[in-house]
Design a protein around this ligand. Structure first.
Ligand code: AHR
Length: 333
């Protein structure tokens, strides 16, 4: 560890507020109120962090990458950020290169849940703390230090609750799923299905994968409309980008999104608020991408051998059309 002991006192002073508030009560963890780290006057020039990002599939991901880069710049931390272009093998290569460089902390947002045991064991063997940022991995707990990210199952439950409210508990739904095998795709699907059991009048007609990408959401929604036509009452899109694509497909099909077909999605990006204001999207469940401050604070704690919670969750809300105009100016992503 490079001279990190020198920073112990300043970290202790500046960080207490953040992790004490984690697990659901940190104001810095809300998408509406997230602010840069409260340590702008301090820098940590000797900390080196490697982060293996997934790619740039969505507005959420772009905001997440920006949050990580901006926070590193504010803190003066050296960040080696790699873009895996949606390929797990690229993320594995990046992690191995971070080990070879001897970085102080490694972060990764695993593109899919499985297949990480070997490389995570190598990180552990090298004695480098590992942070799972955003997505989780299906590995034993001792193979990583901490996960910082949303409760995807709860997001799926919330989406189902919104859909049940919009359809008054009766109707046929189609699902646009994210990347197959990814933690948010699995978690959101599980939570949605689990909550659907409380609504016997709601049934899932069909599900297709749109890979969390807007153009793919449009393509799959157009195909679903060709197959099921007017039988579709609701769309659960597992992220906002796919919902925005679905809106275009529904309009091209000659129906009114948000009215003829109710749409609920996840992320709460600015474009989703604009679509709600236009009456085309009915609700969005927040999934906060502004994780840079929590990531680096946690990295500093780990580099100093300070214990942290195993799962740090941002606080997140549910947004509907009726408050969208009021909320939009407050959105940070
Ligand atoms: O892992 C978070 C998900 O990944 C977001 O919901 C989605 O937009 C992104 O691509």
């Amino acid at each position: 560890m490079k001279a990190l002991a020198l920073y112990r006192r300043v970290i202790a002073l500046s960080m207490v507020w953040t992790l004490a508030a984690c697990g659901g009560s940190s104001p810095s963890a809300s998408g509406a109120t997230a602010s840069p780290l409260d340590v702008q006057t301090k820098t940590y020039p000797e900390l080196v962090v490697g982060f293996a990002q997934i790619g740039a599939e969505s507005e959420w991901r772009t905001a997440n990458t920006r949050s990580i880069q901006d926070t590193a710049n504010q803190l003066g931390v050296e960040l080696d950020l790699s873009d895996a272009q949606q390929q797990q093998e690229n993320q594995i290569k990046a992690i191995r290169s971070f080990i070879a460089q001897g970085v102080d902390v490694i972060g990764v947002s695993p593109v899919v849940e499985t297949g990480w045991d070997e490389v995570f064991a190598e990180v552990k063997q090298a004695g480098i703390p590992l942070i799972l940022l955003d997505r989780n991995a299906d590995v034993p707990d001792d193979l990583y230090s901490v996960r910082i990210g949303s409760d995807f199952v709860e997001e799926g439950r919330r989406a189902c609750g919104e859909m049940a409210r919009l359809l008054d508990g009766q109707g046929s739904i189609v699902i646009l799923e994210g990347t197959q095998g990814s933690a948010p795709m699995i978690g959101r699907g599980t939570g949605f299905q689990e909550c659907l059991r409380e609504y016997p009048g709601l049934q899932v007609l069909d599900s297709q994968s749109g890979d969390f990408i807007r153009a793919r959401g449009k393509e799959e929604m157009a195909a679903l409309l060709r197959t099921h036509g007017r039988s579709i009452d609701g769309v659960f899109a597992q992220n906002d980008d796919m919902a925005l694509g679905a809106i275009e497909a529904i309009e091209e099909y000659g129906l009114q999104p948000g009215i003829d077909i109710k749409i609920v999605s996840i992320d709460a990006v600015r474009a989703a608020f604009e679509a709600m204001i236009a009456g085309k999207l009915n609700a969005t469940i927040e999934c906060n991408p502004l994780l840079g401050p929590l990531f680096f604070e946690t990295a500093l704690h780990l580099a100093n051998d300070t214990p942290v919670e195993k799962w740090i969750k941002p606080i997140e809300g549910v947004y509907r059309q009726d408050t969208a105009a009021q909320e939009l100016p407050r959105r940070k992503y």
